[in-house]
Design a protein around this ligand. Structure first.
Ligand code: 1GP
Length: 239
């Protein structure tokens, strides 16, 4: 297993209260020939590129990561929808367990399937408690994993689930409203989770504006992930 360089960045951010921004690239929707243009147009403050999607052909992620590596030195972190998206070309892997749901395949089944490959690589593996929270529309995560999102009004259940993730050994908490969500995770939820846990928090799904991003940071997100808003390219300024 690899060294923990990437996780170190999350910890430094957490302790120094600086912020990280990841732009998510879905191999299924991304035109690799546009990679250089895309990378020129994402915000200058971008610290990471995330690669992953809910429905990706085997091999597609590896090709995309290698292409991105040719045009960026930003760390590339895998955010896979399933174990077939794991490639050692990336800098780290978010080893996700979908704690909001009760589907054993996404709690532990996919992780077991990944082990054969992970043991052959030096990929940094970052254990991540992944919580799907209702963003107002059916998400691909929900559809693919056959699980329901947690309702935003049940803040206590969300906090308890995040805390359970931390106590089970997760190194990161990921609060996810789902790609293309109508509305993002409520900042009140982020701040309640922040009060109770002592590991970095990633927040994504439905964040489209500078203001929404800042609200997530102010509430306690250490990293914000944005995908859809950059998918149709050429957005240099967020509204
Ligand atoms: C990352 O799925 C999100 O957690 C990305 O969401 O595509 O809505 O930005 P958007």
């Amino acid at each position: 297993m690899g060294v923990y360089n990437q996780y170190q960045t999350f910890l430094e951010t957490f302790y120094k209260n600086t912020k990280l921004l990841a732009i998510l690239v879905d191999p299924d929707k991304f035109d690799s020939s546009q990679a250089a243009v895309f990378l020129r147009n994402i915000p200058a403050e971008t610290t990471h590129i995330f690669v992953g999607g809910s429905t990706v052909e085997p091999g597609q992620t590896d090709v995309l990561v290698k292409e991105l590596k040719l045009v960026t030195s930003k760390p590339i972190i895998l955010f896979p929808g399933d174990y077939t998206q794991i490639t050692e070309s990336a800098d780290a892997l978010l080893f996700l367990s979908l704690l909001s749901g009760r589907n054993p395949e996404y709690l532990v089944g996919q992780q077991v399937k990944a082990i054969g490959m992970l043991q052959e690589t030096d990929l940094e593996v970052i254990s991540t408690a992944y919580l799907l929270i209702d963003g107002g529309s059916e998400s691909a995560v929900s559809r693919v994993t056959q699980t329901k999102p947690m309702v935003q009004s049940d803040v206590q259940a969300i906090v308890d689930t995040a805390k359970a993730g931390e106590m089970m050994g997760a190194k990161l908490i990921y609060l996810e409203a789902g790609s293309g969500a109508k509305y993002p995770v409520d900042p009140k939820i982020i701040s309640e989770v922040k009060k109770k846990i002592d590991i970095p928090i990633i927040v994504g799904g439905g964040i489209r504006s500078q203001e929404q991003k800042q609200l997530a940071y102010d509430a306690g997100a250490d990293m914000v992930v944005m995908g859809t808003v950059f998918e149709n390219n050429n957005t240099t300024q967020l509204s």
